[in-house]
Design a protein around this ligand. Structure first.
Ligand SMILES: [Zn+2]
Length: 216
């Protein structure tokens, strides 16, 4: 697996500090599971951060921030309000990290031609909604923008947009300044884990007509 797109340093630092919204925490952790480069960066940063802080402060920072972050992800899910299938099968989304499989899932829901979403029920309340996004081969996604931050982890398949080509393990970041139209590679279904804040805004005439039907 050749990973070309990573979370930036500030996101990894926020993950290590445990200050990310829980949904975003899940997205960064999903990337870390498949990315040795970012895991190495995390460990180096914890080492340096702990050393610097221990000189600055009489109360040294915990040196096991990554372990604590991982522990948060293993917390037992709370009962959810929406009916959810208990698990995602291994064959359905083979690249889904083990810790995500322990969450509860909603049902696959159609949102556009060849595009389905499956909500992930987080064990903690979050401003970020997390879901699996499944797009058929060659799907041209509707052009869209966001009112908040969107983190996308490619699990299987690949897509392209103005920012480049994104394959398995790659991490894509979007916010209200990004207005993109991903196109899924031909020949293979693309499944991503997405952590999205705010609202998805579909652009163009078809997008505006479909907007009332998009409910995540
Ligand atoms: Zn990475």
């Amino acid at each position: 697996m050749s990973i070309e797109h990573h979370p930036d340093d500030s996101m990894l630092a926020a993950f290590a500090a445990g200050t990310l919204d829980h949904g975003q925490h899940v997205a960064i952790a999903t990337h870390l599971v498949s990315c040795p480069q970012c895991r190495a960066f995390m460990h180096a940063m914890e080492h340096v951060g702990g050393a610097v802080l221990s000189r600055l402060s009489p109360a040294p920072m915990s040196s096991n921030a990554l372990k604590q972050a991982e522990a948060r992800l293993n917390e037992t899910p709370l009962p959810a309000a929406i009916p959810a299938a208990p698990t995602v099968s291994e064959t359905e989304v083979s690249a889904l990290p083990e810790f995500v499989r322990r969450y509860r899932f909603g049902s696959w829901t159609w949102i556009a031609p060849s595009v389905h979403v499956r909500p992930i029920v987080l064990p903690q309340t979050s401003d970020t909604c997390v879901f699996l996004l499944k797009s058929g081969p060659g799907t041209k996604m509707l052009q869209h923008s966001h009112t908040g931050i969107e983190m996308t982890c490619v699990l299987t398949g690949a897509f392209s947009h103005d920012g480049g080509h994104y394959g398995p393990g790659d991490f894509d970041f979007g916010d209200e300044t990004v207005d993109h139209q991903p196109v899924v590679d031909a020949g293979l279904e693309c499944i991503c884990l997405v952590a999205m804040q705010g609202e998805l805004r579909l652009n163009g005439l078809i997008g505006r007509l479909m907007q009332p039907f998009v409910r995540l």
